[in-house]
Design a protein around this ligand. Structure first.
Ligand SMILES: O=P(O)(O)OC[C@H]1O[C@H](OP(=O)(O)OP(=O)(O)O)[C@H](O)[C@@H]1O
Ligand SMILES: Nc1ncnc2[nH]cnc12
Length: 213
């Protein structure tokens, strides 16, 4: 059930996301300023959970690294376990590995423990952001190779391109940035209107106090 949050409805927390100040070798924005604020993080999780059905999810998998934050928080809310999908070279157990490309243009490897689950296990894949979709593609391959079923994809935002259009056709995709909204248009253009009023103090932790949206 969704409870009205009054002025905190309408995904207000997206306006806390920080613009890149370091240049093109980095992602174009930093969504982690949502996580530091308890009200913002709680509202983000509420919005995502409102669209997820725990009855159709056996385990939540999070993508290294920031997908661990969102994925583990969602797993706890949904009452499901958490499976980390790691960048290569970290896991000390048997792993399956895939190569993938991402927004940076680099090719990297990611790994998942094997065996991680029984065939037919329904795996919800969670990452912080989907830009080109290359990272999520690697994770989908890892889950499907172990004969898991992708129960859905979750991210704060899914930028729109041919690959992510296929994701929306093929899987249940849940994002805080809703398709067809001005937020989605801004994400596709990789510049948020809210950057004009971005100021670090707006994102500071409030120790339980609700910040003004
Ligand atoms: O859709 P794509 O173009 O593949 O990009 C999305 C990925 O890039 C970012 O992670 P990054 O590899 O920068 O690592 P991090 O999570 O460790 O910050 C983001 O959190 C996704 O995992
Ligand atoms: N974390 C992120 N934030 C914004 N854009 C991204 N593109 C890929 N990862 C991203």
């Amino acid at each position: 059930m969704t409870h009205s949050k009054g002025p905190r409805d309408d995904r207000w927390y997206l306006s806390l996301m920080s613009p890149n100040t370091k240049g093109p070798q980095f992602a174009w924005l930093d969504p982690t300023s949502i996580y530091i604020n308890s009200t913002a993080f709680g509202d983000l999780l509420d919005d995502l959970c409102a669209e997820l059905n725990p009855g159709q999810i056996d385990v939540v998998a999070g993508l290294d690294a920031m997908g661990f934050v969102l994925g583990a928080a969602l797993a706890a809310r949904l009452g499901r376990g958490f499976l980390p999908i790691r960048k290569a070279g970290k896991l000390c157990v048997e792993t399956d590995s895939v190569s993938y490309g991402n927004y940076s243009g680099r090719t990297q490897d990611m790994e998942m423990r094997t065996p991680a689950f029984a065939p037919g296990t329904r795996v919800l894949l969670v990452d912080q952001w989907i830009e080109t979709g290359g990272t999520m593609d690697g994770a989908i391959r890892l889950v499907e190779r172990q004969k898991g079923t992708v129960a859905g994809l979750v991210a704060i935002a899914v930028e729109e391109n041919d690959r992510t259009a296929r994701y929306r056709e093929t899987y249940s995709v849940t994002s805080a940035v809703l398709p067809g909204t001005p937020w989605q248009a801004d994400c596709n253009a990789q510049s948020l209107g809210s950057f004009a009023r971005y100021a670090p103090p707006r994102t500071f932790p409030t120790a339980g106090r609700s910040p003004a949206p």
